[in-house]
Design a protein. Structure first.
Length: 281
């Protein structure tokens, strides 16, 4: 990579959009470059900063990328936080991409962001060049966090959120305590219920696994070693989806083993180059 590509500056900005009749302000970070951009969608309880280290990873020197906070997370806002849902987030992604004049892109999505990315790719299969699904929902068994909105119901969003944080903090999984420690600083309580209800509904009623397998782009499914008993891993493998099991991690790979996470993603993108895909990084 040339020095000029390595020194491309990060651009931090806010974009005002109207999504499904709701006004939102989206905080994002991006780096421009000659290649097709990588769109990174974070999960519930995360922000764009959880993935901005891509700018420092040598394997991605010069890569074009964009990451944004979803409304109610990080620095992004919405005039109607209770309207948040996966369909809303898909429409947000569409409007954001349109505002950035991005027509073709690579996808990386974690958890909620993986589910959003899946539905986005389903709607725009010709626009997605590759897809790294980081433990995004593909089956009902993936609702280990979101189903708590049904298993531990509360009419008070703040009480539910506070109790959710405490339950999560005590989990015996890699990275979960770190995740829980920052939740209340990163997320507005009003978005929890509608987001979780939407994730559970889609996971229980749609064949997300088949949608993922059917996407025409190259695909990787990434998961932590504590999730290597997921029932659908063998089906993904048989369908030709590349599996990336990350050691010493569970759901929150970016906290527990980010070095291996970025290494595997970089190898996946480089493999696409060798196979002749136009996904230069």
């Amino acid at each position: 990579m040339t020095a000029s590509m390595n020194s491309r500056p990060l651009i931090w900005e806010c974009t005002n959009l109207a999504v499904a009749g709701v006004n939102v302000t989206i905080s994002s970070v991006r780096r421009e470059g000659p290649s097709y951009p990588i769109l990174i969608l974070h999960g519930f309880g995360s922000t764009k900063e959880d993935f901005v280290d891509i700018a420092l990873a040598k394997a991605f020197s010069g890569a074009s990328f964009v990451i944004y906070d979803t409304p109610g997370s990080g620095q992004s806002t919405s005039e109607k936080l209770d309207q948040l849902s996966i369909p809303f987030l898909v429409e947000l992604a569409e409007e954001f991409l349109k505002s950035q004049r991005i027509r073709k892109f690579h996808l990386i999505g974690h958890s909620m962001g993986g589910l959003t990315a899946l539905k986005l790719a389903q709607r725009h299969p010709d626009a997605v060049l590759s897809f790294v699904n980081m433990k995004g929902n593909l089956a009902p068994e993936d609702c280990f966090l979101s189903r708590q909105v049904l298993d531990h119901p509360s009419d008070n969003p703040e009480i539910f959120f506070r109790q959710f944080v405490e339950r999560t903090r005590k989990s015996q999984e890699f990275g979960t305590a770190i995740y829980a420690a920052a939740l209340q600083a990163k997320v507005k309580p009003e978005v929890v219920r509608p987001t979780f209800e939407s994730m559970v509904h889609l996971s229980d009623t749609e064949d997300l696994l088949d949608i993922f397998i059917s996407l025409p782009c190259s695909k990787m499914f990434m998961y932590g070693e504590q999730y290597n008993t997921l029932s659908y891993l063998s089906r993904l493998s048989r369908a030709g989806v590349e599996l990336a099991e990350i050691p010493n991690s569970a759901h929150f790979i970016m906290y527990s083993n980010p070095v291996e996470m970025w290494r595997r993603i970089a190898l996946f993108h480089a493999k696409g180059l060798l196979e002749g895909h136009s996904n230069q990084i």
